[in-house]
Unconditional design. Structure first.
Length: 136
């Protein structure tokens, strides 16, 4: 991993489609607005965008913590833009300030953390965890 400087920024966007709505993605009793997990997805993508140029071949940065507030509803058809800024780096742990806006207003804000990991080691651990399948 290359040194990741505080202040590194990333961005991600999403045009809200019907499959992103709370009443489709989660439960029909909810209104037709952007689902919170989808807003978080865009925020996480912005964070990854902020650090991907600092990752060595064979590394990635997995999300480990999300602490955000979803403060305004967004209808289908609006573009959501999330921005992430690195605020702290401690070893392989990266902390971000994240925000999300639709075409009218801020819809979310909070913090997010990611951990830089070696993909080969992760795959070895996943293979060991999967182990032989047992019959039910």
């Amino acid at each position: 991993m290359l040194a990741i400087p505080p202040g590194a920024k990333g961005r991600a966007t999403l045009v809200v489609a019907s499959e992103h709505l709370a009443n489709r993605f989660k439960h029909s009793i909810l209104p037709p607005v952007l689902a919170t997990p989808i807003m978080v997805l865009v925020m996480e993508n912005a964070a990854l965008d902020a650090v991907r140029r600092y990752l060595e071949p064979g590394e990635t940065a997995l999300g480990t913590l999300v602490d955000v507030r979803h403060v305004a509803a967004t209808p289908v058809g609006h573009r959501v833009t999330a921005e992430a800024e690195v605020t702290h780096v401690e070893g392989r742990r990266i902390v971000f300030a994240v925000t999300a806006h639709d075409e009218v207003e801020e819809i979310g804000r909070g913090t997010h953390e990611r951990m830089v990991i070696d993909l080969r080691r992760l795959m070895q651990r996943l293979d060991a965890k999967a182990g032989p399948r047992r019959a039910p």
